[in-house]
Design a binder for this molecule. Structure first.
Ligand SMILES: [Fe+2]
Length: 476
């Protein structure tokens, strides 16, 4: 196939998703065989309506969130889709115009129409924990969905322990030893910026809140968790002029910028009582996501996907107009070692073959030493304008395996599922949703996570899943 523009072939994948689909994929339509021991639900979430009445939102982050669910059992797959029915989604659907402020656009009407917090788009990540399926968005509280039907149940406040103006990040983590879910949220605070900290028990109850003071209101999308600590990394990505945001002269996106001159601090917090144990000063860097992190010989090993700072303003402008541009935001895996005894910080590059994002690992090892990182990435096939490959990095051997999904075919964040509950690391499956720009439809791909060779099974859908952010898995 000849592409009119190989760098923008993926852009049809930003169009609006169909709501409330529910169907089974016939066995004869599945290429390969679904492994018999693969049982559970694979989720995808992302902005699935990026425009209203033909007018694009100001930023990809502003799209209304929708969830896709693949229920896999006995070699069969059932697919469902549903938008999260937030006030933004419902009110703007009825009005067919922008009513709410978001990250990349203000509500029409100036100062008085923009006094509220940016709308919750419920579009970033998804977790099933404590009997609750939650869509997560770092600018607000989570939204709860029905596991089976994906119907929206409502905003989750954990018996009013999560307050109306609290934020609850998209990147909480389940501690494998305790089963607790640890999350955080940036807040302005009465006496200055703070990071709120939350612990939710395996039964889904919020059992502890805490907070630490931080230097600034910053973009803080993800943090690291080890066996005993939460490692809060406050980047110098912050507001240039908060007043201009308050007065609605700027959007948040316009005002928030990487300002390395502000410096960067790392706060190490006890998971037991959320007390601050120590801080580190580090040379500033920009990142969105951590990989797995752990403690070893008095050091914290924190692997992050460091973003390419050279992209600067050009990359930011491309990102704003992502619906018509090649994707600019990619990085590389980098390790930071924080010595809890001496205070020393060391940085080292990790093996990496592709510009990449969305690091993933075997969740059974969250917080303890692990060997394999999986990422999405961009390889130089015919259509390198968006994530078109997966990467498997072996941190011990340095071996990197790459899966090229093919020209005009775009992957999403890979999720690892072990073959059996006690299977060794990397012995299992890697699941990803692929958007095929030739058919304008999506597929579920199941790969051998050890080899990244040809898919074990390819499950075609009757619809497309828009390019999104994160995925999830539950054995239920
Ligand atoms: Fe994320």
């Amino acid at each position: 196939m000849t592409w009119e523009d190989p760098l923008t072939a993926h852009c049809s994948g930003f169009r609006t998703m169909q709501d409330n689909l529910s169907y089974s994929i016939a066995a004869q339509d599945i290429c390969g065989t679904i492994p018999e021991n693969l049982k559970g639900r694979f989720f995808r979430i992302g902005p699935a309506r990026n425009e209203l009445a033909g007018k694009p939102f100001g930023h990809w982050f502003d799209g209304d969130g929708a969830v896709s669910s693949f229920r896999i059992e006995d070699g069969q797959v059932h697919y469902r889709s549903s938008f999260v029915k937030t006030p933004k989604y419902l009110d703007e659907t009825a009005a067919q115009r922008v009513l709410y402020r978001s990250f990349g656009h203000n509500a029409p009407g100036g100062f008085f129409k923009n006094l509220h917090m940016p709308a919750n788009c419920a579009n970033t990540s998804i977790v099933y924990h404590g009997g609750k399926l939650l869509s997560l968005f770092e600018g607000g509280r989570p939204w709860r969905l029905d596991l089976e039907t994906l119907d929206t149940i409502g905003e989750e406040d954990f018996d009013e322990l999560l307050r109306p103006r609290d934020t609850y990040s998209a990147h909480g983590k389940v501690h494998p030893r305790t089963g607790d879910y640890i999350n955080f949220g940036m807040a302005a605070g009465i006496t200055g910026p703070q990071m709120n900290l939350f612990r939710v028990s395996p039964s889904g109850c919020m059992v502890k809140r805490g907070k630490i003071k931080v230097d600034r209101m910053a973009f803080c999308h993800d943090n690291a968790m080890t066996e005993n600590y939460l490692v809060v990394m406050v980047m110098p990505v912050s507001f240039k002029s908060p007043l201009n945001v308050i007065l609605a002269r700027d959007t948040i996106d316009q005002n928030m910028d990487y300002q390395p001159e502000l410096g960067m601090k790392v706060y190490v917090v006890s998971l037991d009582d959320f007390s601050l144990i120590r801080t580190f000063e580090v040379d500033p860097f920009a990142f969105a996501h951590c990989s797995n992190c752990w403690e070893e010989n008095g050091e914290l090993f924190v692997d992050v996907l460091q973003l390419d700072e050279e992209q600067g303003e050009q990359g930011k402008a491309q990102f704003r107009d992502i619906f018509h541009q090649p994707f600019p935001a990619c990085g590389k895996m980098q390790r930071y070692r924080f010595n809890m005894i001496t205070g020393a910080v060391q940085a080292e590059a990790l093996p990496n073959e592709l510009p990449c994002e969305f690091p993933q690992w075997d969740w059974r090892r969250t917080g303890s030493k692990s060997r394999i990182i999986y990422t999405a990435g961009i390889c130089q096939n015919e259509t390198p304008g968006f994530y078109n490959a997966l990467q498997r990095i072996d941190l011990e051997s340095g071996d990197v395996k790459v899966f090229d999904s093919g020209s005009g075919r775009y992957v999403s964040e890979p999720i690892f599922v072990p073959r059996t509950p006690d299977a060794p690391e990397s012995q299992g499956y890697l699941l990803t949703a692929v958007y095929d720009a030739r058919t304008e439809l999506s597929e579920l791909l199941i790969l051998d996570a050890d080899t990244l060779s040809e898919p074990i099974a390819t499950v075609p859908l009757k619809n497309h899943i828009p390019h999104g952010f994160h995925g999830g898995w539950t054995n239920l």
